[in-house]
Design a binder for this molecule. Structure first.
Ligand code: ADP
Length: 369
């Protein structure tokens, strides 16, 4: 991880460098003005999956997607101009060519005369201080918009949801006990039932948040959408069989797309679940899951369509509002979170409902391999 010139450092300089750079917890990379890799610390090697030494001297094209190279050098240019750019949302390539989504802080390394020697990049899977960063005058313009995306949503929600889960459990079990006790006045029993019902609803919201969130970072990897659909179908298979819902699959050839399997399985599972719920109790209920490549749009699609009641035009406008639901026990978070996640994948989500009934939700991906 050290370039040979570093061997010329004094013992003190060397141990200082080891302590504050090489062994620092925060992943860091030092690039030259030409954006070639000069130094990498242990955390960055681990994060990006490189072995010691193999990354030294590599050009920026080994670190970022080709289409992002210009943005990467613009970011360095901005750091050169301002001294530092913090928490810039970016994707980097690992040694295995998967993508890691992170927040980059680029610090210009200047000599005494103010000339730029290179850049130190801090790679943070989560923005370390998203809110305080917004107050920093050097923060990239529009940072607020760029920051509040999936990784932070995932981490925040999983943090909150875990914290809320335990007190909720206490409320739920106590109200159950209270309601079950014999000889209670009717008012107390009815009150306990009301508390229990609402606590159940809150628990369901927490469960949805936990299903959709996770504490780790969003990691995009090349993946066939059909495989993601198969996996999610497997999760819901027994429920579909029990409800006598027929499933038709039509997976055509399509390039792999960059996606985070964990998040994508949650999205697809939720769409299948919505379709199943719309078909509940209907005769000849059917779900069609199809995928393929759209030449005109240059997109991979994954569509989940059902022959249920479909969606009212007024509903179409509200579907993606958080907490919008038409179900007694719904959370109204499924489609909202699905859109956040698909946005994060650089894709889009289209909903349609033909006049004859039925609903169709189509996920579109542009980031193909
Ligand atoms: P939830 O399922 O908890 O209500 P969602 O955000 O997943 O939350 O869905 C929001 C609303 O969209 C649902 O309550 C329902 O009214 C409508 N909806 C979603 N999918 C379908 C579908 N396949 N057919 C009919 N309505 C649907």
């Amino acid at each position: 991880m050290m370039k040979k010139e570093e061997a010329g450092m004094t013992g003190l300089q060397r141990s200082l460098c080891d302590t504050i750079f090489i062994n620092a917890q925060e992943p860091m990379l030092v690039l030259g003005v030409d954006l070639q890799v000069l130094l990498v610390n242990n955390s960055a090697l681990k994060l990006l999956g490189w072995t010691d030494g193999a990354i030294n001297g590599k050009p920026a094209s080994a670190l970022v997607l080709e289409k992002d190279l210009k943005e990467f050098s613009d970011l360095a240019g901005l750091a050169a101009k301002n001294g530092v750019v913090r928490n810039y949302r970016f994707y980097m390539l690992t040694a295995a060519k998967s993508i890691v989504r992170l927040f980059l802080t680029a610090q210009a390394l200047k000599d005494e005369a103010g000339g730029i020697n290179g850049f130190c990049f801090y790679l943070s899977p989560v923005s370390p201080d998203e809110w305080s960063a917004l107050k920093d005058p050097h923060v990239f313009r529009n940072a607020a918009r760029k920051l509040g995306r999936l990784t932070s949503i995932g981490q925040l929600t999983s943090m909150f949801a875990h914290d809320i889960k335990n007190p909720l459990h206490v409320i739920l079990s106590t109200s159950e006990l209270l309601r079950a006790q014999e000889g209670q006045p009717e008012q107390v029993r009815a009150g306990a039932e009301l508390i229990e019902r609402n606590a159940r609803r809150a628990s369901k919201i927490v469960k949805t948040l936990l299903d959709f969130s996770r504490s780790g970072m969003c990691r995009l990897e090349p993946y066939p959408v059909a495989d993601a659909a198969e996996y999610s179908l497997g999760l819901i298979d027994s429920a579909l069989k029990a409800a006598k819902i027929n499933v038709e699959k039509d997976f055509a050839q399509a390039p792999k797309v960059f996606l985070d399997p964990h998040y994508m399985h949650s999205v697809i599972y939720n769409l299948l679940n919505n379709a199943a719920q719309a078909l509940d109790g209907r005769k000849n209920g059917a779900i069609k899951v199809s995928s393929g490549w759209l030449e005109a749009e240059q997109e991979v699609f994954l569509t989940i369509a059902d022959n249920g009641p479909g969606l009212e035009p007024a509903m179409l406008e509200n579907l993606f509002q958080p907490f919008f639901t038409t179900k007694e026990n719904g959370t109204g978070l499924g489609l909202y979170l699905a859109r956040q996640i698909i946005d994060e994948h650089g894709g889009r989500i289209l909903v349609s409902s033909p006049p004859g009934g039925g609903a169709s939700v189509s996920l579109r991906f542009k980031k193909t391999v």
